[in-house]
Ligand binder design. Sequence first.
Ligand code: FAD
Ligand code: NAD
Length: 479
Amino acid sequence: MPDFDVVVIGAGAAGLSVAAISAGLGLNVALVERHRMGGDCLNYGCVPSKALLAAAHAAAEARTAGRFGLRLPPPEVDWAGVRAHVRGAIDRIAPNDSVARFRGMGVEVVEAPAHFLSPDAIEAGGRRFGFRRCVVAAGSAAVVPELPGLDAVPWLTNETIFDLDEPPAHLLILGGGPIGLEMAQAHARLGCAVTVLEGAGRIAGREDAELVEGLRPFLRADGVAIREGVRVARVEAPEDGGPGVVAVLEGGGRVAGSHLLLAVGRAPRLSGLDLPTGNVAAGPKGIATRRDLRSTSNRRVWAVGDIADPEGLGPRAFTHVASQHAGIVVRSMLFRLPVRLDYDALPRVTYTDPELAQIGLTEAEAREAGHEGVTVLRWPLSENDRAIAEGRPEGMVKLVVGKRGRLLGAGILAPRAGEMAGLYGLMIGRKLPLSALAGMVLPYPTLSEAGKRAAGDYYTPRLLSPTTKRLIGWLKRLP
Ligand SMILES: Cc1cc2nc3c(=O)[nH]c(=O)nc-3n(C[C@H](O)[C@H](O)[C@H](O)COP(=O)(O)OP(=O)(O)OC[C@H]3O[C@@H](n4cnc5c(N)ncnc54)[C@H](O)[C@@H]3O)c2cc1C
Ligand SMILES: NC(=O)c1ccc[n+]([C@@H]2O[C@H](COP(=O)([O-])OP(=O)(O)OC[C@H]3O[C@@H](n4cnc5c(N)ncnc54)[C@H](O)[C@@H]3O)[C@@H](O)[C@H]2O)c1
């Protein structure tokens, strides 16, 4: 008999959710974590980055208060105080993910690295754990690119950037994806010089080009130097022998900084798991799974979170996806229901100011996917009363609509855009018609009215059509 009904490897967002639900259903669960409970999101990802951004946005608010007629002195950044705020946020959330809490749920928590011993057992802390089912939730880590000179200079990743004793004088950031952009604005608003070196033609390459156009000036206004389409040929120490890093660009050009942050993507944490011994197939993007997140090669194994590479979809590195995966696995693994993961209504948010939120397909993705009759509707915040009242009339809501008014995607560039994402996720996920949004009564004045106004535009031409006018003319003659 196996020792455990479920063994979970990794206590990040994905593994914790699976362990908690499985234990709640009365199963015998072991949870193995080699480092910190809570994984990346709590310790090196979402929580510290959003805490740092909150401090940065507060500093920016103080600096720009003059537009409201308020005279404030320029804010002084107390780096130790900022770090204490970041640490405090982690510490406040940590008990939810703690060993004590999970032991209290009846989970056997093992603090050691795990690896497969066979297709139905792992080893951790010198002990063998035979399992009926195993869920691999070992996450992903920052990609360290093969860049000449990198072994000879100091560099940072998301695991070290939140631990600096002093603010970086000039932070060079390799990569202008969500990590690069959030860290760029956070540090710039906290008084650091920042340069983003993006290898592709533009920053935030996955996001809607028009919305990124709207975001770029904000980052530049914060003092972020953005270099797009640049290839870093090598990195080296400064010629004067002082501290810092110099990025040498292809075709010449040198960009010097005090610190270098690598933010060029994520790689699944496969090494050390001995996946071949467990007969668990994996590729460079992660553990190969079917759409129910079950391993394609070992029926006892599932993969969740950043490490999962579901067929036809690929990995997605978001904490809300880790939770979505946990829900899928519980239904497929424990209730044996036929479930199928999809990302049709998936939201993602880059937490800059303004935030850039995308739910479902961008315009480019909808056209690329071959959707017929794609209509794009926009409502600028310059036409939104709340945005004007608050002195933030830049940004827009952009809706991507398919046949018969079906919402395929929504992009939002606005302060706190992420708070609006749920509405569009619900609409797309439940296949609600656009008329549901257009007919909704929303409180005035709110930013979310922009989406309703955009949706209304879809129906305006129909309302003003000759047929409608004829109908009204006929109706008015009725007694
Ligand atoms: C800077 C940054 C900001 C982010 N911000 C956001 C955000 O705002 N919103 C959002 O949705 N997502 C965000 N993300 C992404 C989010 O953090 C990840 O998608 C999420 O943490 C993935 O959870 P996971 O459980 O799959 O993996 P992880 O959180 O990485 O957890 C995996 C755990 O497995 C452990 N482990 C690995 N190998 C073994 C082994 N062999 N034995 C035992 N244990 C092992 C690791 O130590 C780790 O604790 C951010 C990421 C970063 C880096
Ligand atoms: N707010 C959020 O939800 C949030 C925040 C941070 C991270 N995340 C998750 O973590 C993932 C990883 O984030 P990321 O920003 O590291 O990766 P990313 O893959 O999203 O972006 C990496 C960027 O680096 C560029 N790049 C790649 N190689 C380069 C090179 N050699 N030189 C210069 N530029 C190069 C790419 O063109 C791309 O723009 C995200 O995709 C997301 O899933 C989410």
